[in-house]
Design a protein around this ligand. Structure first.
Ligand code: 2BA
Length: 148
């Protein structure tokens, strides 16, 4: 209980953020104007269920996942793969993506990770700097638990 209260109120320091965060250059992502076939390729190659959608200035626009893409090309009797090129990411993406600034509390990251597998981290200019995954959040809690 005390541990959870401490974790909840603690600011994530820049140092800890760097340890927890997957930096922007290692995050698979797409842009909203990319064709859907490209997005599906990135998702399949990376192995992830969903990835962030960024604009050309590296601002977070939302997220897109395999399920949304496949749903958009689901015909009455088959998956119509040839329709993949007719759509772009903006047609199927959701703007609902959890985000926070690097100096916000760990409590916020923990709360967001209950319902979301990853949280986008932004700097003061709202530029995307990376993601914090549920795995890294759980790993931090585990490290703290081991200490007591
Ligand atoms: P999912 O793709 O649904 O992945 C769920 C969990 O499965 C991941 O949890 C990880 O433990 C494992 N996993 C999936 N694909 C993997 C891979 N290619 N290599 C190693 N492990 C893999 P988390 O690590 O907590 O990630 C949570 C979510 O964050 C992922 O959900 C994905 O949506 C996103 N994500 C993680 N790393 C990413 C990256 N480098 N680029 C883009 N998105 C990433």
């Amino acid at each position: 209980m005390i541990l959870l209260q401490t974790l909840k109120n603690s600011q994530i320091t820049d140092h800890e953020i760097l340890q927890l965060m997957i930096p922007q250059e290692k995050v698979a992502h797409v842009q909203s104007n990319h064709p859907l076939d490209h997005a599906l390729l990135v998702l399949i190659k990376s192995g992830y269920t969903a990835i962030p959608v960024l604009d050309p200035e590296y601002k977070v626009q939302g997220q897109v996942g395999k399920a949304q893409i496949l749903d958009s090309i689901l015909g009455m009797e088959r998956i119509e793969m040839d329709r993949l090129h007719d759509y772009s990411v903006s047609d199927v993406m959701t703007e609902k993506v959890p985000r926070m600034k690097q100096d916000e509390t760990f409590g916020k990251a923990l709360m967001l990770s209950i319902n979301h597998p990853f949280v986008c981290i932004e700097d003061e200019d709202r530029s995307f700097i990376g993601i914090m995954t549920r795995r890294s959040i759980l790993a931090l809690i585990h490290r703290h638990l081991e200490k007591i």
